[in-house]
Design a protein around this ligand. Structure first.
Ligand SMILES: Nc1nc2c(ncn2[C@@H]2O[C@H](COP(=O)(O)OP(=O)(O)OP(=O)(O)O)[C@@H](O)[C@H]2O)c(=O)[nH]1
Ligand SMILES: [Mg+2]
Length: 384
């Protein structure tokens, strides 16, 4: 469920190798903010390690830490839901590839031409498409690939390889003391607030004490929306009236948090502003304020991208990364009319890990991004 932490724990120096060469995160390392929680007189929710024990995994290998995988049956159900949610994306991409290969007996130029069109239309981008097809052509030439179905399999594998490229462990580690601060940004309407709600739910489920800070003061409804999420999942929301200076809301919010005991603080920001102040300058300012209030904050600067916007999402990632240096991405609306290729394209273009994918509007609809699961679900051929 919080595999993203798992990745961080895996990058810790004090890790041990478990049976079968699997990485075992020290229980202590799994404790997000353990010290802070202990020293507090507030009886906060149990740290992650305790939650793992409650799940019957006292020394669970990191790779199995995800609560979602605790039962094989639950894992299957979980995967089935992912597959169902990706059905539209499957239809606009994989189903077209399937159709193309149907009845093809030989690999010829026509097949490559049609494949090129499908991959580009599926938002993989011209660069990725060329690379995939060039490699495939070379394999055909070397006689490593002889028949269409083998070619199809090779393409799937290459796509997976692109996704795994950015599945590297994040350098970040949750601070041992003080809260873990996440700044969420993105252009308007991409799903920032919804993703924050879902993310807070995940943290809550893992026993973390969460504070949401409503720094999107552009419209009154923004903080109300966050408050509704807060009530729904039982986490506190720090707000100021609409129109307040976003940086000062963050300043006050973190001051509020410093006097209390939060494990995680998630800050919502605006996708646009009512003044002429440049959005990027405002975000930089918010970032600076965070660092002044809490050491090394924000520990995560996460851009939310609407996967249905295709190539536009790539430009947004580039722009925000240049402005505020991103450390993670969340791709939303993959249950919608997204073509799916955007995920591959982003992995190819940026050295920024995709942390989460949004596959619906409900609180359970935020998944850790797992390349293998994603590709398996996307390429599954039994969508009814
Ligand atoms: N189907 C689907 N809808 C989503 C997903 N994520 C967000 N949405 C919807 O997208 C719309 C916009 O989401 P918000 O969370 O308000 O987006 P935002 O980025 O905070 O928007 P602003 O605050 O206006 O900048 C809402 O209707 C959400 O329910 C998703 O993964 N799937
Ligand atoms: Mg919002």
């Amino acid at each position: 469920m919080l595999g993203w932490f798992k990745k961080k724990f895996e990058s810790r120096p004090e890790e041990e190798q478990g049976p079968g060469g699997q990485t075992v995160a020290e229980p202590q390392a799994m404790v997000a903010n353990g010290e802070a929680a202990e020293s507090s007189d507030v009886d906060s929710a149990p740290p992650v390690a305790v939650v793992a024990e409650q799940l019957g995994q006292p020394s669970a290998p990191a790779s199995e830490f995800a609560a979602d995988n605790k039962e094989p049956e639950a894992g299957l159900k979980f995967f089935k839901r992912l597959k169902e949610r990706l059905a539209k994306t499957h239809d606009s991409f994989v189903a077209r590839v399937d159709e193309l290969f149907l009845g093809k007996k030989v690999i010829d130029q026509e097949l490559f031409d049609e494949l090129e069109e499908i991959l580009i239309m599926a938002d993989l981008g011209v660069g990725v498409t060329r690379e995939i097809l060039d490699r495939s052509r070379a394999k055909v030439k070397r006689k490593e690939l002889c028949e269409p179905l083998a070619l199809k399999k090779a393409i799937k594998e290459q796509i997976l390889a692109y996704l795994q490229q950015t599945d590297r462990p994040a350098d970040l580690v949750m601070p041992r003391q003080g809260p873990f601060v996440i700044m969420v940004l993105g252009v308007n309407g991409v799903g920032k607030t919804t993703t924050i709600g879902k993310l807070a739910y995940k943290f809550r489920q893992a026993g973390q004490n969460v504070l949401l800070v409503a720094a999107d003061t552009f419209r009154a409804a923004a903080s109300e929306q966050l408050q509704i999420w807060g009530q729904r999942i039982g986490v506190e929301v720090f707000t100021r009236p609409a129109g307040a200076d976003p940086s000062s809301v963050v300043f006050d919010g973190l001051e509020y948090a410093n006097a209390r005991n939060f494990d995680v603080i998630i800050v919502d920001t605006a996708g646009r502003l009512h003044t002429q102040v440049n959005l990027m300058e405002e975000l930089k300012k918010i970032k600076r304020v965070m660092g002044k209030k809490i050491e090394n904050a924000p520990h995560e600067t996460m851009l939310v991208i609407d996967a249905t916007t295709g190539q536009n999402g790539i430009s947004q990632a580039r722009l925000f990364n240049e402005g505020v240096e991103l450390t993670g991405l969340a791709l939303t609306k993959l249950d919608g009319t997204a073509k799916g290729g955007i995920v591959v394209n982003i992995c190819h273009e940026f050295n920024i890990p995709i942390r989460f994918i949004g596959i619906g509007e409900q609180m359970e609809d935020l998944r850790d991004f797992n390349p293998q699961d994603f590709i398996d679900a996307l390429f599954a051929n039994d969508h009814e």
